[in-house]
Write a protein that binds this ligand. Sequence first.
Ligand code: C2E
Ligand code: SIN
Ligand code: SIN
Ligand code: FE
Ligand code: FE
Length: 474
Amino acid sequence: MIILRVMLTAAVVLMGMTALEAVKQLALPDLSWWEPQISVVIISALVSTLTAYFALRQYRQVLGELEKWQLTVQEQNDQLVEANTALQIAVSERETSQAMTERQLQRITALRDIDMAIASSLDLRVTVEVILDQVQTQLHTDAARVLLLDPQTRTLEYFANRGFLDTACLHSHLRLGEGNAGRAALERRAVIQPDLAQDDNQHPPGLRQEPFASYAGVPLIAKGEVQGVLEVFHRTRFAPEPEWLNFLEVLAGQTAIAIDNANLLGYLQSANAELQVAYDTTLEGWSRALDLRDKETEGHTQRVTKYTLHLARACGISESELLHVQRGALLHDIGKMGIPDNILLKPGPLNDEEWVIMKKHPRLALELLSPIPYLRPALEIPYCHHEKWDGSGYPRGLKGEEIPLAARIFAVIDVWDALRSDRPYRAGWPVEKALQHIRDSSGTHFDPQIVQAFEQLGIVTLDEPRAESKQCSL
Ligand code: C2E
Ligand code: SIN
Ligand code: SIN
Ligand code: FE
Ligand code: FE
């Protein structure tokens, strides 16, 4: 089947010819040699937009039919224009809906990026930077900035921006109700100014230098609290559509969540820090209570904690571990809470049964402290401070480096300070005698390297003066 396409120009149509006349004008009879292959003749007026066709078996029939139909090109044109318009609408709708789909996809991706930034960054600044990038990209704004509400002063303070040419925007302090942003925050609603030129009083100080034409400010509200304002600016007149405004508000919602998260995290961090201080104060209280029970050991715990930290630092223990070392030292003899007074405060040497009980104090410390997760990393000292380098210590008879480093360090300090102090069972030893004992015990009771560090560090010289009257001589 051959389709013959006859193009009629718009001019022909405009001349008001009937379709038949037009066909005749185009000397269709000359097409006779095509016969009989021509089965369809298509007449197009308005090239490429109007298409009329007549399904006929032969060109003679074309003429006959055309006369019969009495259809003017103009009439047909009307029909075709109508059809074409419908088609164009359909096409443009499809294009629009494709563009919309793409835009929606981009926006969903943008929101996902923001969610990821909120979830993965503890730093509000990082998250807000991500959000401002998306504001600029998705909403095609010329500039955008975030102001945060300071709850104390009730002012909106500049936090971050994109696209400003002048640094004046960095120095905004707006009271609630002041300027567009202040109004958005006070009235808890978006403030839209498609034409800033007509907006006499609202252009906030600091922004006059920037020739912005249009403005939108959205309050940042999380959990019912205004956190700040997201502001966007256009340098040319811009009347926002509902869809644009809707997405601006979605982005403002994300910003508010990010701020609320950051505030919550800040609150948790300070609450946690306060809790740590409270715990550590409690520990110090406990350790004082322990010292008080045995009046003679007063100050012992504070001193051994201080010297142990010195020596531990010199032995290369990291700052983060030092915290646990400190807690462990404070609590080293907490197990003595379980030792009866008649043994703990006995003025003379312990007998075998009493020793069995006394040697339980490291294990008692383990039982007392291990249920407290916060103190578990501090257990090495309370549990292992009576282990000896040669394996003859208690409770487990650990040997050499099997003994945790913190406990090896602490043992030297503890014995040093115990010897220098009065005990119910003996008076404190003078410096030389105590030092000699430490040296003599290197390699048996103590790790030789720790003894060396102890001497190098001059812990001996840090030793606080004692009540000499109570101390016996050699
Ligand atoms: P503590 O009085 O705080 O002594 C801690 C460690 O310092 C002792 O662990 C020991 O290694 C060393 N030390 C203290 N005093 C002396 C001493 O006079 N000579 C020597 N060579 N070393 C000393 P140790 O021996 O495992 O004792 C643990 C705890 O048992 C002591 O803590 C103390 O509360 C108690 N204790 C030890 N010996 C006696 C005693 O003869 N009488 C009484 N009542 N309690 C004792
Ligand atoms: C900015 O956020 O664009 C820089 C200004 C600032 O950090 O305060
Ligand atoms: C503020 O600056 O007002 C609190 C937001 C933050 O955590 O930085
Ligand atoms: Fe002990
Ligand atoms: Fe001690």
